[in-house]
Design a protein around this ligand. Structure first.
Ligand code: ADP
Length: 191
């Protein structure tokens, strides 16, 4: 079972992914978490990655794909994986497709979580107070939303063309969002 989760920052991907992995028993691969883990190390690579994350810009496609490919080949991902925040560009989606074709493991579904912009900003500013994530400040939030619209939203068409897209309204209660996600997965998995 391979699932891609697409949604702007603050859409609730992380929360829904935690529920899904518990139910599906597949690992949660958040490239944001993976990159933050590298950023915490003291190295030239970590400083380089920090320069992207802290500015709200995307890390280079091939670097991210290399990190993801390593994970996908590990035993942990034998039963599949749930991608959170990956792919984030058309190039990443193509690199992932190439990898999956080579390993004969097609993607099951791309879930899109839709939330209005003002709600996203409010949620992220609130999260900033709770988690204290360095990139949850107003300037960086605006940049991340811009990056989403420019670089990530074209993926919605990309997966729609493959017949793999399911769009979910992310402005309902957590339970209702999860219910819609489960229904979408059940439908696509049967196909
Ligand atoms: P959010 O979706 O709230 O912005 P993430 O944890 O998914 O949070 O990502 C945080 C940051 O990590 C991004 O702004 C970007 O700098 C970097 N990042 C995460 N995933 C990717 C990716 N697939 N490609 C490039 N950069 C990424």
């Amino acid at each position: 079972m391979l699932i891609v989760f697409i949604g702007p920052p603050g859409a609730g991907k992380g929360t829904q992914c935690r529920r899904l992995v518990e139910q599906l028993k597949i690992p949660h691969l958040s490239t944001g978490e993976m990159l933050r883990a590298v950023k915490r190390q003291e190295s030239a690579l970590s400083r380089w990655i920090a320069s992207y994350i802290d500015a709200g810009k995307l890390a280079p496609d091939h670097l991210v794909m290399r990190i993801v490919a390593q994970k996908l080949q590990s035993d942990e991902c034998k039963r599949g994986a749930l991608f959170d925040g990956f792919p984030r560009t058309i190039v990443q989606a193509q690199l992932l497709d190439d990898f999956l074709v080579e390993h004969r493991t097609p993607l099951d579904i791309a879930l899109e979580l839709k939330v209005d912009e003002q709600i996203l900003i409010d949620r992220l500013l609130k999260r900033a107070e709770i988690d204290g994530r360095a990139d949850d400040n107003y300037e960086t939030i605006r940049e991340r939303l811009k990056v989403f619209h420019e670089q990530t939203s074209p993926l919605i068409q990309y997966y729609a063309k493959q017949g793999k897209l399911a769009s979910i309204n992310g402005m309902q209660s957590e339970e209702d969002v999860f219910g819609e996600i489960q229904a979408a997965i059940a439908k696509h998995h049967r196909q």
